[in-house]
Write a protein that binds this ligand. Structure first.
Ligand SMILES: C[S@@+](CC[C@H](N)C(=O)[O-])C[C@H]1O[C@@H](n2cnc3c(N)ncnc32)[C@H](O)[C@@H]1O
Length: 318
């Protein structure tokens, strides 16, 4: 992995690929690079409990509907005659995929590389959406929808793309290649300015070796702060700027419906909001909206970015 230390910013951001390389169209399905095995059955079940307990689906869906309605009132309509295609990229348990038809999309694809996530998503989607072919799940992008989608969502998925070139080409490039001209893309993540101030239910941690020595000197002993793998919660350290591409361990906790505490952790990657916007722009997506989201009374718990595939989009700069 490239870290910010190994990658001079100028070179990193100067590396503009017009678009992600066109993926293979073998068998009518377009492969996305495999993420690995961390999203197994146990993690899939955990995320189902986590979403239920935190109410994140309702929070994100509400904001997303608002973003889309503001950009294009037709997104509000479920009676639109035109077939509208949407992709939930990195759909996980499918909580969003199964809600997209209610935003007026008649052909919805949940794409994910984890078979266990896909199986759970499938089992949680109302049968009438599956049997009518309104919602479909796959581990590859159907070639027939390339360049046809009006919406692609990326909810907490960008952390799995590194180094920067993969973020730009394999995530934003892939999204851009799915979108129709003027299509919309919505990303949800953790706002990089608030990476250390997250709500209790998720904590971002980095390895003690990635903490600058000057910061460690002002903190408690790393052997007290660190977990069994040497990861320290950023909320326990004085604030400092993380390097792009720093590996992160994210720890999650939730209560199941019987009130039993459940915990999980995953490895991912830190990208600043600026890096995300740069990577998206490099793939032909312009930022047209951005907002930090409040979770219950916790400000800046999440953030949503709204991109449009258009050469004429009014672009926001961070
Ligand atoms: C943190 S989970 C988020 C799931 C869901 N979007 C949500 O908000 O609950 C990240 C998901 O991205 C999927 N993923 C990782 N790399 C991927 C890739 N290259 N293509 C598609 N999905 C990927 C994982 O399998 C996992 O289900």
């Amino acid at each position: 992995m490239l870290t910010g230390a190994e990658t001079k910013q100028g070179t990193l951001y100067g590396h503009r690929h017009a678009m992600g390389a066109a993926p293979s169209r073998a068998q009518g399905l377009v492969s996305v690079p495999h993420e690995g095995t961390q999203y197994d059955k146990k993690i899939a079940e955990f995320f189902d409990i986590f979403n239920e307990d935190t109410g994140r689906p309702e929070l994100y869906y509400g904001y997303m509907a608002g973003f889309l309605r503001q950009a294009e009132p037709s997104f509000d309509s479920t009676t639109c005659a035109k077939k509208k295609i949407a992709v939930d990229f990195g759909c996980g348990t499918g909580w969003l995929t199964k809600r997209l038809p209610s935003l007026g999309f008649s052909d919805v694809h949940g794409i994910d590389t984890s078979p266990d996530m896909l199986k759970l998503a499938f089992s949680k989607t109302p049968n009438n959406l599956i049997s009518k072919g309104i919602v479909r799940y796959n581990n590859k992008v159907p070639a027939s929808i390339l360049g046809q989608c009006e919406l692609v969502t990326m909810v907490h998925v960008h952390y799995h793309f590194q180094p920067f070139e993969n973020l730009q080409n394999n995530l934003f490039g892939a999204v851009s290649s799915m979108l129709a001209p003027n299509g919309h893309a919505i990303l949800v993540g953790c706002p990089s300015d608030h990476i250390a101030d997250t709500p209790e239910h998720y904590q971002n941690c980095i390895h003690m070796d990635d903490v600058p020595p000057a910061i460690l000197e002002t903190a408690s002993d790393p052997f007290i702060l660190g977990d069994e793998d040497g990861y320290i919660a950023l909320s326990c350290l004085p604030r400092f700027k993380l390097k792009e591409g720093t590996p992160m361990k994210v720890t999650f906790n939730a209560l199941d419906k019987n009130g039993k505490p459940c915990v999980a952790s995953l490895m991912d990657t830190y990208w600043s909001d600026k890096a995300l916007v740069e990577a998206a722009q490099g793939a032909g997506l312009e930022l047209i909206g951005r907002e930090n989201l409040m979770w219950r009374s916790h400000p800046n718990a999440y953030m949503m970015m709204h991109f449009k595939k258009s050469t004429h989009a009014r672009s926001l700069h961070l």
